[in-house]
Design a protein around this ligand. Structure first.
Ligand SMILES: [Ca+2]
Length: 404
């Protein structure tokens, strides 16, 4: 996320990419946009937060929300109280390594059947050796995670401090999905995005419910590359640089992701089974230079749903499709933003016809850093932000149309 700026600066000496723009596979529909004006209002001002990087709600409780702070602390917020109350739900700052600004506790997810399966899943950076960890922990009778039940499901060694992904979440199929960055540095020097023998630069899909003795997960039989030599069978989609945030559309089941760009293009992708999203031969809809690959062969790659260049933002934060009942005019709109610029856009996309039905529209730009969007059980969309730059205090905002 935020290090896009650092990367962009550190790579300023590299030859600039003169790649010509290619025509998008599907041009935006030429209809008048029906995307309403949307604004963000701060909520829960009493909550004292530091670098909130994700907010999730328990599937079985509408009052309690959980806010993951990058340091490794998780805050439980009771929104049924007025004013809201917060308590430290888990202090995992010791196992979590947040030395550099893309490291830390990066994502969390409750088991979708949390009422009966009391596991919470954490994705975080660890040190010595530097690696990313997916772990689970049981929530005890006292309602808090019990660190003595922590189980490491998988680990991925880090090549660099940056591009660590990642979002952990469950699909409507009950499977666990996790996004890995390309291993870091800049311009994917190891070629991980296209290398199918690594999880780096991929979204993976695993089953944490049907697990044989001695294992921590199983590979679903319908994963796209099961049984293919030289390919990690956990891989669901490839050619991704650093999907910081992704989400499922609760209505259609589509997986949406924001793939953070190098120094030119930020992209929104519909992440589909077995598809290749082009990194590093391509950034957004554009071929890159300096790769031994058919970089102008767009047919091998899945094009983004939307993209924007670095005059409009430098680090995309994937959002959610709004499916709440409260704001009919926002229904079906995919909202996403830019971490560094604080801009939020909305678009509509027909995922069956594979075309935009409302081109990306800039809804607002505010002076905060958008670390994440969040979806409550009732479909309400929120944002986790830091004020006054990346190190400012954390705040939660609610997204709503200015008029319904
Ligand atoms: Ca791409």
């Amino acid at each position: 996320m935020l290090s896009s700026l650092l990367i962009a600066v550190s790579l300023a000496v590299m030859p600039q990419d003169p790649a010509p723009a290619v025509v998008p596979a599907q041009a935006p529909a030429a209809t008048e946009s029906d995307i309403p004006k949307v604004t963000a209002s701060r909520i829960w001002k009493e909550a004292k937060l530091r670098r909130p990087i994700q907010l999730v709600q328990r599937p079985d409780n509408n009052d309690l929300v959980y806010i993951a702070e990058q340091s490794g602390r998780i805050v439980e917020l009771d929104r049924s109280k007025d004013p809201v109350t917060t308590t430290t739900w888990l202090d995992y700052r010791d196992p979590v390594n947040d030395q550099f600004n893309e490291q830390g506790l990066l994502s969390m997810a409750f088991h979708p059947k949390f009422a009966t399966d009391r596991r919470v899943f954490l994705y975080y950076s660890a040190d010595a050796p530097m690696r990313e960890v997916l772990a689970s922990m049981k929530v005890g009778e006292d309602g808090k995670p019990d660190p003595t039940t922590a189980t490491i499901i998988l680990e991925q060694p880090s090549f660099e401090w940056n591009h660590n992904g990642g979002t952990v979440l469950f699909g409507p199929d009950g499977m666990l999905y996790l996004s890995f960055g390309d291993g870091g540095s800049g311009n994917d020097p190891w070629g991980h995005g296209q290398e199918m023998a690594t999880w780096l630069g991929k979204v993976i899909r695993i089953d944490v419910d049907r697990v044989e003795a001695g294992q921590t997960y199983s590979v679903p039989a319908d994963n796209p590359f099961v049984g293919q030599a030289g390919i990690k069978p956990e891989i669901w989609a490839s050619g991704l640089r650093n999907v910081w945030r992704m989400s499922f559309d609760r209505s259609t089941g589509d997986l949406w992701g924001g793939d953070v760009g190098q120094n030119k293009w930020e992209e929104i992708d519909l992440i589909r089974k077995g598809k290749n999203y082009g990194w590093r031969p391509r950034e957004g809809r554009h071929p890159t230079r300096g790769v031994k690959d058919a970089s102008d062969d767009a047919s091998r790659f899945e094009e983004p749903v939307a993209e924007y260049d670095h005059s409009e933002g430098i680090s995309v934060t994937g959002g959610f499709v709004y499916r709440g009942a409260k704001h009919p005019s926002m229904q079906g709109i995919y909202l996403y933003g830019d971490y560094q610029f604080g801009t939020v856009w909305g678009l509509r996309y027909d995922t069956k016809a594979n075309m935009l039905t409302a081109a990306p529209e800039r809804l607002f730009r505010k002076r905060f850093c958008i670390a994440s969007f969040a979806e409550l059980n009732d479909g309400t969309l929120l944002m986790c932000c830091t004020e006054g730059g990346a190190d400012g205090p954390g705040s939660i905002y609610e997204l709503a149309p200015t008029a319904d």
